[in-house]
Design a protein around this ligand. Sequence first.
Ligand code: ADP
Ligand code: ASP
Ligand code: MG
Length: 414
Amino acid sequence: MGLIVQKYGGTSVGTIERIQRVADRVIQYKQAGHDMVVVVSAMGKSTDVLLEMAKEIAPQPSERELDMLLSTGEQVSIALLCMALQQKGYDAVSLTGWQAGITTEAVHGKARIKSIDNERILRELRAGRIVVVAGFQGISDEKEITTLGRGGSDTTAVALAASLNAEKCEIFTDVAGVFTADPRVVPTAQKLPRISYDEMLELANLGAGVLHPRSVEAAKKYKVKLVVRSSFTAEEGTYVEEGSTMETGRVVSGVAHDEDVAKITVVGMPVRVGTLSRLFNTLANNQVNVDIIIQSSYDAAESNISFTVSLTDLPRALSTLEQHREELAFRKVDHEVGLSKVSIVGAGMINNPGVAAEMFRQLAEQEISIKMVSTSDIKVSCVIPAEHTALAVRTLHTAFGLDDVEEKAVVHGL
Ligand code: ADP
Ligand code: ASP
Ligand code: MG
């Protein structure tokens, strides 16, 4: 029997009773003869609570201290889960990110894992222990505690599964798998039995919060067998794997939405070679992640450049632009919030012209204005006013044939 990595999200370890249930499930696997490495998130909404406390003290708290604070959430749940396992008669040990050998970049708030030295985990497994690792955290070469970004425990689990060459990585959460849309927004969303790494990566990047995008990236890169399933039922989940598209042959496999969108317009940029490069290099050097970009020239000398960033990056983006106003030589900067990005994703659209046109038509019929568009081989995204998000997602879900309900989404613990 091989090694299995399991990850339990916040809702799944949200109460003492749920931690007991997680312990019971882990024990079942252990009894079946598996070596077990279990990654847990902070209990319930405790990361949000910590974040709110920090914001009460400082509107823009130090990123280092924020990581120090947020990493404590996972330390509570690893210790409690180990106590539950021990109380039930099983030898278990909890490890923080650094104890588990997880080294990250020296970036606070969204660090990438650089390497994992799994010697300690292997030693504990050899001693017959269940190893419980704190998700979402690591340590930089400078020995600073870092976090991987919201939802990052998924990435901890997949990275450990890759490093330990695990048989599979099971992500236990509060829904039964990956659905055709967020079941909280679309009650008719269906569970997908399978989804390809590429489609899942698009969905995750486009706001389907069920998996942290980097966990999918890592699973694809290291060919980790990844399963998303419910921690409340025994139901089979969704397999995220190489190449398989949805069995139904649909053009669109899922609809995603993201309300973490701000639009910035840099007005009056000089039209000359290198302008775009200077602008976006300046932003990148200041850790601003840019998403959709649109350039519009209105005369030979000047152009406007609009782009989207996350709401978290907005203040940094605006201050960076202000600081570099002279060298970038623009006239002014405008920004807009209250937006969302709605996307359709599907490998089936590669050879199907007219998918984007159909999406625009559907949104127009609902009188939803489209502010920006972005496409790739397997997705089309539209930035729209946030108040129309749910209507847009439901409309597209129906229009692209995703509604025929075979299996209803059940969301627990709301
Ligand atoms: P966890 O705490 O277990 O990591 P998350 O809240 O991060 O759980 O992720 C699970 C949630 O993701 C679900 O409750 C659901 O609302 C949301 N979600 C968004 N898009 C999807 C989707 N396409 N399929 C399933 N769940 C989705
Ligand atoms: N506790 C962290 C968060 O709430 C990490 C995670 O849950 O994956 O974002
Ligand atoms: Mg999550």
